[in-house]
Design a protein around this ligand. Structure first.
Ligand SMILES: CSC[C@H]1O[C@H](OP(=O)(O)O)[C@H](O)[C@@H]1O
Ligand SMILES: Nc1ncnc2[nH]cnc12
Length: 292
């Protein structure tokens, strides 16, 4: 079955809007999970519907812990988003993934501990697979768009998601790099990617390298001043990358061949007669396809 494409962009540190939208309008979306990080910028680009949400809010208001991840994903789903791209700042654990480079992430290690990680719970329990947490179709588009924009892009990489807001200790940084085999580090892609999967949304993550975290013998500790300097170039490149996505994805899309849009098909465990009507009502946008 084909449906109309709506590309959603979740912009991280340094990306608080996108350019060139026709009919651009910031809209307020209410959700049963509270307010999203900010209003959502809607419009069309090359004839394709777009929605942009600044993850930390305009003016960078929410810390990584306090970003309302559930409300953000619910709001995008409620608006009709089909394809979600996360664009985030990150530190690098690899010499070859240098500041200014982009990494199309395909795996995550979740070290966060102070966030709501699921839409489901008592009264409606569900277990989705996140073995492959990103959508290869969207990752292909992200890689192609980055190349077209002249950005140095690495395909594949493991993103360590830490709670923050402090950066890692030297011992943590070395452990993530040497023992755990991680490639990049940030504070926001989890639980975001897990929630996108629960909401049956295709999700890809583009990590823009700003620094070498603290492990690198030739670079000092991470600090926000040097991150911000690198972020300015990265965010200009990120915007160019976004401008290439509509032409690559088109105005309509087929069912996801990787099954992202069917993630809930066999995931709900709670017997129909034991389900909590109040929770079911909250799940209207996220899980309405399988609950009604
Ligand atoms: C700007 S330094 C740390 C900050 O930047 C990243 O944010 P985002 O992932 O939203 O781009 C990182 O995760 C931290 O939240
Ligand atoms: N080194 C780092 N650690 C965590 N989040 C980051 N965001 C940008 N650089 C980072």
């Amino acid at each position: 079955m084909t449906k109309e494409t709506m590309i959603a962009i979740i912009g991280g540190s340094g990306i608080y809007d996108i350019d060139g939208l026709e009919g651009a309008e910031w809209v307020t979306v209410e959700t049963p999970w509270g307010a999203p990080s900010d209003q959502i910028l809607t419009g069309t680009l090359d004839g394709v519907k777009m929605a942009f949400l600044p993850r930390h809010g305009r003016g960078h208001v929410h810390s990584p812990t306090e970003v309302p991840y559930r409300a953000n994903i619910d709001a995008l789903k409620r608006l009709g988003a089909t394809d979600v791209f996360s664009i985030s700042a990150c530190g690098s654990f690899r010499d070859e993934m240098a500041p200014g480079h982009f990494v199309v992430v395909d795996q995550f290690i979740d070290r966060t501990f102070a966030r709501d990680k699921s839409f489901f719970g008592t009264g409606c329990v569900a277990h989705v697979s996140v073995a492959h947490p990103t959508c290869p179709r969207l990752s292909d588009a992200a890689e192609t768009a980055a190349k077209e924009a002249g950005i140095t892009v690495h395909r594949g990489g493991t993103y360590l998601c830490m709670e923050g807001p402090q950066f890692s200790t030297l011992a943590e940084s070395k452990m993530y790099r040497e023992s755990w085999g991680c490639d990049v580090i940030g504070m926001t892609n989890m639980p975001e990617a897990k929630l996108a999967r629960e909401a049956e949304l295709c999700y890809a993550s583009i990590a823009m390298v700003t620094d070498y975290d603290s492990w690198h013998p030739d670079h000092g500790e991470v600090d926000v001043t040097s991150i911000i300097a690198t972020l300015q170039g990265n965010s200009a490149n990120g915007r160019t990358l976004v401008s290439k996505l509509p032409a690559l994805l088109g105005t309509t899309r087929a069912d996801c061949e990787h099954g992202c849009d069917k993630a809930l098909e066999f995931a709900i465990m709670t017997a129909p007669e034991k389900r909590d009507p109040a929770l079911l009502a909250k799940l209207d946008a996220v899980a309405g396809r399988v609950l009604t």
